[in-house]
Design a protein around this ligand. Structure first.
Ligand code: CP
Length: 427
């Protein structure tokens, strides 16, 4: 009889592929971060842990400038010529709508030419070529590789491959992780943070020297401050397998006095995982884990005390053969938002979702879409701006954008309202 012990299990090709980088992969993230930079500049984008609060501010500022410049022909022409000597490969072997298209649009804004491999059956991997040979080939033709894979550590391994190539004097290009298995989705977290940064400026086009939206909100919610610090963030749904949750929660740990409330069934697959819990508590984040928005924390129901809510889908694509039957036994109704719950939320609290939402499960029913707090479509558009800012930063042209912006605009800065930005002098 063949033995079924784990020691006798034949490793999958995926596992074998990553084996050569195993010892580097197993190090704590902190040790890896310097290797992902070149001369202090971000080179490969693999983990959200690479972003400090200062870096997030800089990125938001670049994104704001790109979106403002994109509003007129002169700005568009300037941006189009910035990186028109660069080519990007979008290697997306896992399905994607937003990340793929917003990266492509971001490249187009900056004049970067794109190509794509989305279906590995159309590549020579079907002839036995390894992923690493494929990646090295892409680096021969392109200046940047943006990649999404179901394999958790593939993007990270590719960054090490590129570093090794550089060290041996070979051509090497930056790698951007556009989603890696159930592990990380750092650029999604960047757009989530950018959306929160803009929202928590609490600006309004009708703000005047005598009355602002922020002052009115402060009357409703004494103690309210601008910015991401000192806020209560709710995460609801598939916390255990949500790579966007992992990446965003890690970024929120950059901000003082935040509380993260995780709303998920008490189930080993769906609830918060030990490694993320440990990582967040080590950084001094206050964590609360509940099974329903109705539970009370600090004397108040969870739904009433959130400053922002991040909904997620139950990620069926990660189910193993037992999960479907197992989840059918669970009460997942608490993973759904309703108009009644939204009515009890703070008047300014944004509702985010990385999307896609699941129309069959219904974690956010469409009737919520018209609520001014429903931020998910704007959030997705913010992805284009922040990804353009990220590409500009990786290629080191963010200061050129800043200089051009300040030459063209006399004053600016209103995070909440595009129209409130001062129009360019020549319009
Ligand atoms: N949020 C997100 O990653 O969406 P896509 O899977 O459509 O890229």
């Amino acid at each position: 009889m063949p033995s079924n012990s784990p020691a006798d299990r034949v490793p999958t090709q995926d596992e074998l592929d990553l084996l050569i980088y195993q010892s580097r992969i197993e190090r704590p993230v902190k040790m890896k971060i310097p290797e992902l930079c070149r001369e202090e500049r971000l080179r490969h984008i693999i983990f959200s842990g690479q972003f400090t609060a200062d870096r997030l501010e800089d990125l938001a500022s670049t994104a704001d400038k790109i979106r403002a410049l994109s509003r007129n022909r002169e700005g568009q022409d300037f941006l189009l010529h910035l990186l028109n000597n660069k080519r990007a490969m979008l290697y997306f072997t896992q399905p994607s709508t937003r990340t793929f298209l917003s990266f492509m649009a971001a490249c187009q804004i900056l004049g970067i030419t794109c190509n794509e491999v989305r279906d590995p059956t159309t590549s020579s991997e079907t002839k036995g070529e390894t992923r690493f040979d494929s990646i090295r080939m892409f680096s021969s033709y392109f200046d940047l590789i943006i990649m999404r894979s179901k394999l958790a550590r593939l993007a990270e391994s590719c960054a090490y491959l590129m570093n090794d190539l550089a060290e041996s004097g070979n051509r090497s290009v930056p790698i951007i992780n556009a989603g890696s298995g159930a592990d990380e989705h750092p650029t999604q977290a960047l757009l989530d943070i950018y959306t929160l940064q803009r929202t928590f400026q609490f600006s309004h086009p009708k703000d005047s020297p005598v009355s602002t939206r922020f002052e009115k909100l402060q009357n409703e919610s004494p103690g309210l401050v601008k910015g991401l610090a000192h806020k209560v963030y709710g995460f609801c749904g598939d916390i255990g397998r949500g790579r966007t949750v992992r990446s965003l929660a890690s970024l929120l740990a950059n901000y003082k006095g935040v509380t993260l409330i995780f709303v998920a069934p008490n189930d080993p697959t769906l609830a918060l995982k030990d490694d993320l819990r440990r990582r967040l508590t080590d950084r001094g984040v206050r964590l609360v884990e509940v099974e329903s928005f109705e539970e009370h924390v600090d004397g108040k129901s969870v739904i009433e005390q959130l400053d922002a809510l991040y909904m997620t889908r139950i990620q069926k694509e990660h189910n193993n053969s037992d999960d479907e039957a197992h989840f059918a036994q669970l009460d997942l109704s608490h993973c759904k938002l309703t108009t009644r719950l939204v009515a009890r939320m703070k008047t300014y609290a944004p509702i985010l979702h990385p999307f896609p939402r699941d129309q069959h499960f219904g974690e956010i029913p469409p009737e919520i879409d018209d609520d001014p707090r429903a931020m998910y479509f704007r959030q997705a558009r913010n992805g284009m701006w922040v990804r353009a800012a990220l590409l500009a930063t990786v290629f080191g042209v963010e200061h050129q954008i800043s200089r051009f912006f300040h030459d063209e605009y006399s004053e600016w800065h209103n995070y909440n309202d595009d129209q409130a930005l001062t129009p360019p002098k020549h319009v």
